[in-house]
Ligand binder design. Structure first.
Ligand SMILES: [Zn+2]
Length: 116
C-alpha cells in the first residue's frame, strides 16, 4: 500500500474499490463478465468475506501495475483496475485459481480446462 501512496502522492486516491457483490448487476457501471462474481466466490468455497478481501487486494495490485493508464485518477483508475482485474481472473486457462490465496489450484480443474 505504501508504494501505491507514493506513486499517487499528488492526488490522493480514495480506496473506493467496489465490492464483488456490486459487480453482479448489469447496471453496476463496470464491464465485468456476468458470472465473474459467482465464479470467484465459488472458488473460495462460497466464503464471501474471503472472496471480497482477495478481490480488494487484487484490484489494489492492478492499480499499482501497468494495467491502469498513468494519467487516470480517482474513480476512472478504479474502474480500469476493476475491469482489468476481472478480465484477468475470468481467463480460466491462464488463471483458474485465486492469485492471492491460491485456492482452486487442484489438478482436476486445471485438467478440465486443458482441452479448451
Ligand atoms: Zn483468494
Amino acid at each position: 500500500m505504501s508504494i501505491w501512496q507514493r506513486r499517487r502522492s499528488r492526488s490522493r486516491l480514495p480506496m473506493a474499490i467496489p465490492p464483488l457483490k456490486d459487480l453482479q448487476y448489469a447496471e453496476c457501471g463496470y464491464k465485468v463478465q456476468a458470472l465473474f462474481t459467482t465464479d470467484f466466490v465459488e472458488l473460495h468455497n462460497d466464503d464471501w468475506e474471503l472472496a471480497e478481501r482477495d478481490w480488494a487486494r487484487i484490484v489494489a495490485e492492478v492499480l499499482n501495475s501497468v494495467g491502469v493508464e498513468r494519467r487516470a485518477t480517482g474513480g476512472r483508475a478504479i474502474k480500469q483496475a476493476v475491469e482489468v482485474a476481472a478480465a484477468f481472473l475470468s481467463d480460466d486457462r491462464d488463471w483458474p485459481w485465486c492469485p492471492i490465496c491460491k485456492r482452486g489450484t487442484d489438478a482436476e480443474r486445471k485438467e478440465s480446462t486443458d482441452g479448451h
